[in-house]
Structure formats: structure tokens, C-alpha cells
Design a protein. Sequence first.
Length: 363
Amino acid sequence: MTREELIQLLIPERVRLGAVYHVQDATGMIKLDAMENPFVWPSCLRAQYAERIAKCSLNRYPDPYASAVRVPLRQWMGIPETLDILFGNGSDEIIALLISSLIGSGRSVCAPDPSFVMFKVLADQYSVAFRALPLDSSFDIDLDGWLACLRKTDPAVIFVPQPNNPTGNLFSRERLAKIVESTQALVVIDEAYTAFTDADFLDWSVTYPNVLVMRTLSKVGLAGSRFGMLVGHPAWISELDKMRLPYNINVLSQTAVQFALEHAQILEEQSYCIRKERTKLTHELEKRGFNVWPSEANFVVVKCEVDKARPIFEALKLRQILVKCLDGSHPRLKDTLRITVGSSEEINTLLTAIDQLVAELGL
């Protein structure tokens, strides 16, 4: 057989018809598209970190349980001893682990619509049925719609981002509680943006038998370490840990996280700065006539005039500023841009560029 014939024979059609997940090239740009922390560590800490990294035994496999990280992380995040933690190579691996456990079960996965794209992407990759849960006019939980969908589909897992990406809002605590209490599905509350909101659902993992909480260090300055976690009752974690690949957190990531937690105050200070800059960015964009959606995350969504989002996105790219154009990704996100909250200098540069676009192009 030819190589092409072998590919046709061995690679499922759903894979062949798919596409590689596209990541926009941001070389040389002010990067405001991926919800990253814009700050780097002080030079003195970078030097100390380099010394720590130099001592890593790259010839040995990493600690399979990232033991040195567990205690300081538990203390910093206030995770009670009654709950256990499973670490993943970013939240994506944890989502994949949860979905892959359903292969062959006939059960589905549910998530709000619109929401984090990887819920559906990974469900499709594992041939697990995905069911979208409707949001109301303010992007909150459509309670009747969710209850009807859950009765009809009987899912095994429901992913609920708090706050939601890409809309930035928190879902009603009361409505979410009714969903949790009405279903026998596992409800995974994704708190990727917990550093930028006062909301906290860790205690729900104690209160409810069907709730787990997912978190990540990506948004607080460690996106490059790819370090995510799932927190819940030990009975859940011990079962799901059977699906985890060994050595999934490499030694450099473990060292980076351990070092960062020794200086957690800096992470907290940076997150506080991002909250302040979010307020500033929102105010300045509203002054310029944009409709900015309320956000509890480290980004804001901007509603542009009809058919203006894409031209603004392209014009900003020409000025070496990269934001996320949501227009075309979902019907309810038409004419919108998502802008990550950057440093004060980055925000000032963005605002200057927008002023120039308005003056030059009438955008």
C-alpha cells in the first residue's frame, strides 16, 4: 500500500478532516491575545532561579507526584487537608483525562456555549459526544435551558468555567448550585482566573459529592510551566489518577513552580496590578465609545461597531499589537475583540494605537 492509502486506512476520518489547533504567531508583538501575565520576575530572582535550574537532574525522570510542590501550593491556595490534588501538564491535560475516561461509555460532555474551546475540541478528538448548554441574554446560566438539556442528554461531566472564557463574567452562584444539586453528573468548576476575582468554589468540593475544582498557574505568570491541577475529594482523585500518565510534570516545571511559590507575594502583587489595569483599560475604552463587557478575569471583551472588529484587529496587528478577534467564532460574539490586560505601558500603547485608528481610518 502507498503511504497515502495507509493514512486513509489507519487515521480516522474525523482526524483527517480536522485541523491543527492554530496559535497566532506573536513574534515581536505586544501580546494581548492569550490571557498571559505580562510581567517577568525581577532580575535578582531570575538569577536565583537560573542557579536552581542548573542543579536539576535532567538525566533522571521527574518526581511522578511533584511532591515538593504539594505542601506550598496547598498552603498558598488554602486547599484543605480533606481534599486531594491531581497535577496535570496544564489544564488541557486534565480536561483530556476527564473526557478520555468516558470513551466507550456512551455518556456525553456538557459545557456552556460559548465557553473555553478546548472542552469541545478534546471531546471531538476522543469521539465523546459534546452538548452545548445555553446562556441567557447576559451570558449567565439559562437555568431552564440547562435543566432541560441535562434531562435529555444525561451527561457524565459538566465543565463550568468561573469566570467564563471568552465572556469574562461569573455565572450566578445560586443557579449553578441548582444545577449541581439537580444532576448526577460530575461538575468540574474551572477556576483558571481565580486570581482576578473574589469568587471561590473550593468549598463546593467538600459540600457536594459531585464537584471538582480545576485551577492553573498559567494566568499568574507561569504559563510556560504548563502546570494545572484538579482538586477534590480523595475518592475522586484516586480514581482519576489511574488515568494520568506517569512523569507528566517535567523537572523544570516542578522546579519553576516550587521556586515561584517561595516568592508567592510577587505573584499576588502582579495579579493585583492586573486587576487595577483591568479597571483602567475598561474605563479608557468606554471613554472612547466602546461597549466593554464586565469582566472578572484578566481580559476584557469589547463590542465594536458592526463589521468593525476584524478591521481593528488587522490594523492593530500592523502596529505590532496582537489581540484576539472573536468575531466569527460564535454568533453571539460577532463584532467583538478580547483584549488581555497587559502592563500599564502595553495598555498605553494599545490606547494610543486605537486613537490613531479612529483619527486615520474612522474606526
